[in-house]
Design a binder for this molecule. Structure first.
Ligand SMILES: [Zn+2]
Length: 98
């Protein structure tokens, strides 16, 4: 087991876990309960943490997470369709990305 990510925001940690799952990397969230005990424990010990089950996945996991953080967040077409950053054209109305 190796820690690859931590945050006070539990939702972000779960999001990171999902990103890893999409890459086939198994991970678990630790300190999920502690993060709700903020104010009673030293903050540094209250961060939710993401651990990969297999240490061999750690480097890849960190690469995935750093890539996602800087990834194109996508765009919203004039027709209201929300598209991923990899698309340059709306699949709904055919408009090109502004
Ligand atoms: Zn559109």
């Amino acid at each position: 087991m190796k820690r690859v990510f931590s945050s006070f925001n539990l939702q972000i940690v779960h999001h990171a876990k999902n990103l890893l799952a999409a890459e086939g990397i198994r991970a678990v969230v630790k300190n999920e309960i502690l993060s709700s005990a903020m104010g009673e424990l030293p903050p540094a010990e209250c961060q939710a943490e993401l651990w990969v089950l297999n240490e061999r996945d750690a480097a890849r996991a960190e690469a995935v997470l750093s890539r996602k953080e800087t990834a194109d967040p996508g765009w919203t077409c004039g027709c209201g369709e929300v598209l991923g950053g990899q698309f340059t054209q709306c699949w709904s109305c055919g408009a090109y990305r502004p």
